[in-house]
Design a protein around this ligand. Structure first.
Ligand code: UDP
Ligand code: MG
Length: 337
């Protein structure tokens, strides 16, 4: 069953045809990819022109120094299907994608890399899958064309860890080729390098997620912007996600529990030591147990206060952005009341 992805403009309230909302916005973050760009735009355009979907391409230049922004600006002036967003400096792939989401108008957003490693010909397939009723379809580079030791191995480990921690059962988090329903990314805030965790963030927001094997090619032009150090940053981002998943609405449940547990055990040990001192006149000043008791009490109080602070922060987080703690999929009522 079609879920209304394909349309040609919408009727506004006054019966006029409002500006045409494309079915698909293709968002491409770009850092020094000038040689790939002509091939990329041609491939995206020919695939989507041959499909039933209307589309726009949003290219975000992320501080390239190789002439990419100049080329994009020229093209955007002569093509109808291209919007070029030029950032002031290099902010990183996450920020570039985030900018792309902000400027995209389509009902569906497809992201892919500019380096031709993802294949634009796979886009219609992802869109078809999305129409089956998913909110996010993630590409899976089943046949990945990258160096084995410094790319594939860390990626295998990272993917395994991410799967374990986030609970989102997809194989390949690193694949940029993904399709999202626009409303899913509309209120998603990305920081650090969190674009890799969009499926996990979407999952926290209650999205229906699936994956599909997609093609992957070796880089033809330019060079990769990432090295092995990415693994460390991915791990740190993973901690953030794990934290958000668990504690986002009730941090006190976690910190309060540990804090209280620690305080109670510290207090019990303290009571025991006091009893020993007075009942048996023993010297407790040199007992390791005393240090443990003090340590438990102090950390307990700290954890407890930390939990309270976290509660305050979470309230500010939700309220300052007008973010409810729930996400509505749809509302059904007779007569549209
Ligand atoms: N990219 C970006 N800003 C950056 C680094 C990368 O916009 O600071 C873009 C880059 O141009 C490419 C995509 O992000 O389109 C993925 O980068 P890359 O191909 O180097 O990563 P890899 O495929 O090697 O993981
Ligand atoms: Mg690449």
């Amino acid at each position: 069953m079609r879920s209304g992805l394909v349309s040609n403009g919408m009727l506004g309230q006054d019966g006029e045809l409002s500006p045409i909302v494309p079915d698909v916005s293709v968002v491409v973050p770009i850092k020094d990819e000038v040689e790939s760009l002509p091939h990329l735009l041609t491939a995206i355009a020919s695939t989507l022109q041959g499909s039933e979907y209307s589309y726009e391409i949003i290219c975000i230049d992320d501080g390239s120094t190789d002439g990419s922004p100049q080329w994009l600006k020229e093209q955007a002036q002569v093509r109808n299907d291209l919007k070029a967003v030029i950032l002031r400096r290099n902010y990183g792939q996450t920020a570039a994608m985030s900018a792309g989401f902000n400027y995209a108008m389509g009902k569906v957003i497809v992201t892919l890399d500019a380096d031709l490693q993802n294949d634009p010909d796979d886009i219609p397939m992802l869109l078809g899958k999305l129409e089956e009723g998913y909110d996010l379809v993630s590409g899976w580079r089943k046949n990945r064309q990258d160096a084995a030791l410094n790319r594939l191995l860390p990626s295998k480990i990272a993917n395994w860890l991410i799967r374990r921690i986030t609970g989102v059962k997809i194989h390949d988090y690193g694949c940029s080729l993904k399709a999202y329903r626009a409303e899913l990314v509309a209120d998603m805030n990305l920081y650090g390098e969190l674009h890799r965790f969009l499926p996990a963030l979407a999952y926290i927001e209650g999205a229906r997620i699936t994956e599909m094997p997609v093609r992957h090619h070796a880089r033809r032009f330019g060079s990769s912007k990432y090295g092995l150090s990415r693994t460390f940053r991915v791990l740190m981002d993973l901690l953030t996600i794990a934290f958000m998943k668990k504690f986002l609405t009730r941090p006190m449940h976690v910190f309060g529990l540990f804090g209280l547990g620690s305080m109670i055990s510290g207090a019990l040990i303290g009571i025991y030591l006091t009893y020993v001192k007075f009942a048996y006149q023993e010297d407790i000043g040199n007992r390791p147990l005393l240090i443990l008791a003090v340590l438990l009490l102090v950390t307990g109080v700290q954890l407890f206060c930390f939990g309270l602070l976290a509660e305050l922060l979470m309230r500010t987080y939700h309220e300052s952005q007008g973010r409810p703690i729930y996400r509505v999929r749809e509302i059904v009522a007779k007569n549209g009341k």
